[in-house]
Structure formats: C-alpha cells, structure tokens
Design a protein around this ligand. Structure first.
Ligand code: GRF
Length: 193
C-alpha cells in the first residue's frame, strides 16, 4: 500500500442514507495532512441523501443494486480495481458484504457502529441501550469480517448515557463521537500496515 511516498490512499466510502459520516470523512480527506483521498462513493440506494455530499465534493458516485449477489461482487470489484481503491470505509451502509467480496478485495474494509462493540451488534442500538439503562454507550470502528459487526476493533470511544437521554438525544451524542473517531481509526489502521 502506498503511503510513505506522500501519496494518499485511494478510498471508497459506502453509504445507504443520510451520509453525515461521509460528509465528515470528506472534510477530513480535504485536510492537507490526511492520509486518504476519497475517490469513490458507492450507494445501494439511489435516494440516499449522502449522494449529495459526493456530488458537492465532485466525487464519483455509483448506485449499485446489491440484490444480484454474484454479479454485484464482480461489478463492485471492477469499479474498485479501476479506481485503484486501497481502503473501503462503510458509513451507514445497510448491506452485508459477501464473504467472497471481502476475500477478493483483500484490503482493509472499515465500518463504524454506534455502540461499544461487542455489545449491541446490529440495528436499533440506541433504543436497546436506553431500554437496558446502560450507563455508557459510544461508537466503535472495526475491520469488516464475514460476521456482522464482529471484525477486529480498531478504536472505540465511550460516552456517559444520562438519565435524561432518549433514543434521539443519545443518537445525536454518539454521532458526534462517530465523526471524531472515524478519521482517527483510519490513521491508526493505515499507519499499522
Ligand atoms: C451511523 O450511526 C452509523 O454508525 C450507522 O448508521 C448511521 C449512519 O449515519 N452504521 P450517516 O449516514 O453516516 O449519517
């Protein structure tokens, strides 16, 4: 992987919806000292609001239909290869990447999850955290493996859940944490390779 010669790592960000993490990663990538360049945004949803951020930043984006498993893997791998992508960041991407895809891509794939993994894998994390009266929650960046939300943890940050928090206020607090740890996790993984 190129990095020591001052070249930035070509990165693809995969989204499905709002894209606030994408927006924050675009801001990060535009910093002079950032090790990444976002070359590609992939969405499984043509209506994803996040596609706007890609357009605004003049980043190429593709909407891919993830229903056709094998064809999708090939199509996706070709796009990534043609753009020399060396890092994938999943940011609110609601599809599970196939075992075949992860193996064939063979470069780091990161994901951000709005809980303190290994606790609260899957969906509706904030709702479950509130329901269980947890004292802490937070966000985790991890490597993507075949099992959902289960790859090696790269970075996580804890916040206190206040007794006044509801699902909405907690989601807002955690999102702020997500935006701050994703760039740090990227740096950590790239400099450990
Ligand atoms: C984030 O909370 C992320 O952790 C989760 O989905 C949400 C996506 O938000 N996987 P956004 O699209 O980045 O705004």
């Amino acid at each position: 992987m190129e990095k020591s010669n001052g070249k930035k790592i070509n990165t693809a960000v995969f989204i499905s919806g709002r894209g606030s993490n994408l927006n924050s990663l675009i801001k990060y990538s535009n910093k002079k000292n950032s090790p990444i360049k976002i070359k590609l945004v992939i969405s499984n949803n043509s209506k994803a609001k996040g596609l706007f951020y890609a357009k605004r930043a003049k980043i190429k984006s593709y909407v891919i239909n993830f229903k056709k498993n094998n064809i999708t893997d090939k199509e996706l791998l070709n796009k990534l290869l043609n753009n020399n992508i060396n890092l994938i960041c999943l940011a609110g991407f609601m599809k599970i990447l196939s075992k075949n895809f992860i193996k064939k891509f063979n470069k780091p794939i990161l994901n951000i999850h709005p809980s303190l993994l290994p606790k609260y894998k899957g969906l509706n994390t904030h709702k479950r955290v509130i329901k269980n009266n947890e004292r802490y929650s937070g966000a985790t960046v991890h490597l993507v493996s075949e099992k959902l939300d289960s790859g090696k943890i790269i970075l996580k940050k804890k916040i206190i859940v206040s007794k006044y928090d509801d699902e909405k206020t907690l989601a807002k607090k955690v999102l702020k944490v997500e935006h701050s740890i994703y760039p740090k996790a990227i740096k950590k993984i790239l400099f450990s390779l």
